[in-house]
Design a binder for this molecule. Structure first.
Ligand SMILES: *Cc1c(COP(=O)(O)O)cnc(C)c1O
Length: 360
């Protein structure tokens, strides 16, 4: 069976060399006679895996020494609650930039723990752009400001990270972590579910500035306190061992191909191929403002929506998987994360050209 080009928003494609390496090591990892899934999380072999995974991520993202890397579970959705539970320690106020469905969920969850304020929103135009944010909008007393750096469903992304001054900036980076160079020191906390650019579902990566650990109240459940993960090296209980191993292989792959600098170039090239075609096409169009476009998730529409189902069906038959847009926005969406080869995007555009010629 040939592999398809999988444009799913998540879980999404993994690099083929990573899958093959995992396959080769599946039944006996490092001559242990066991699969990684069968190794004790306290064994020397697994200790090496989790230590190397952290070090590789630190190298690739150039994470400063005063930041901790935590390997957790519960997805980005659990972080929607953990962030306020841990960080609303002083004023119990948090400022949010509202840019789509995921920020909406983050706001809703934070409301359970403190006062949330939306300081900028793009809801007026269906989240098709990223609103301007300047420092004067931020409450200097707020415990944090929250942004969604890449809006997976709407296809927008921040091209500049807002300056929040002394107020810690918290970022949901689930769908664009590792896709481009980022200055980690601009953030207080970064979180990401693994299933887009990191590895299999089940792992959540948190990068947190040291001084933001240990702020949770006594009543905070042990497993929802960042301190628990920091104090135990993410080994308080059994972590998602196989997902951490897969993430390590992905980090290795990324480092070997030249790190984030190279990855960003490749991602920008891939995105440009698709956007250039969308902007030139007489059939397809991007609903997103040019300056706010994501290089990871690219929604597109056919004004005659009757053709959507035909397009998705014919694309699938031609080996282009999961191009249906999110149910909340309709149309189509191509998620072109790190693991999507440039050839996949070229082939998709060729297919779209042919579809346009056939149906316009
Ligand atoms: C996928 C996604 C989520 C949800 O992640 P889970 O790990 O399924 O909870 C949250 N935020 C963004 C930006 C996402 O892309």
């Amino acid at each position: 069976m040939n592999r398809v080009y999988n444009f799913s928003a998540g879980p999404s494609m993994l690099p083929l060399p990573v899958l093959e390496k995992a396959q080769n090591e599946m039944t006996s990892y490092a001559d242990s006679g066991m699969s990684v899934m069968e190794l004790s999380h306290r064994s020397a072999l697994f200790t090496d895996i989790i230590t190397e995974a952290e070090q590789l991520l630190r190298d690739v993202m150039q994470i400063p020494a005063n930041y901790k890397v935590l390997f957790m579970q519960g997805g980005a959705s659990q972080q929607f609650a953990m962030v306020p539970m841990n960080l609303l320690g002083n004023s119990k106020k948090a400022d949010f930039i509202h840019t789509g469905s995921w920020s909406k969920k983050a706001i809703k969850e934070a409301q359970k723990f403190g006062d949330t304020r939306v300081i900028a929103s793009s809801e007026d135009k269906n989240f098709t752009y990223i609103p301007e944010v300047d420092r004067s909008m931020i409450d200097p007393e707020a415990d944090y400001v929250h942004i969604t750096t890449n809006n997976t469903i709407e296809g927008t992304a921040f091209s500049e990270i807002p300056d929040t001054g002394d107020v810690p900036l918290v970022a949901d980076m689930s769908s664009n972590i590792l896709s481009e160079q980022v200055d980690v020191s601009k953030f207080g906390l970064i979180y990401a579910g693994a299933q887009k650019n990191i590895g299999p579902a089940g792992l959540t990566v948190v990068i947190i500035r040291e001084d933001l650990i240990g702020l949770a109240p006594e009543t905070c459940p042990t497993m929802l306190d960042y301190k628990t993960f920091n104090d135990s090296g993410s080994l308080h209980n059994t972590p998602p061992t196989f997902s951490i191993y897969m993430a390590k292989l992905v980090f290795e792959w990324l480092k070997d191909l030249g790190g984030l600098k190279e990855m960003e170039l490749m991602n920008r090239e891939k995105a440009a191929i698709l956007y250039n075609y969308l902007d030139a096409s007489d059939m397809f169009a991007s609903p997103v403002e040019k300056s706010s476009r994501s290089i990871m998730n690219i929604p597109f529409i056919i004004p005659n929506h009757d053709l959507d189902a035909t397009f998705i069906k014919e694309a699938k038959a031609a080996g282009f998987e999961t191009l249906k847009g999110h149910r909340s926005v309709g149309g189509m969406r191509a998620s072109i994360y790190n693991a999507m080869p440039i050839q996949g995007v070229r082939d998709l555009v060729d297919f779209m050209k042919k579809f346009e010629a056939d149906y316009l």
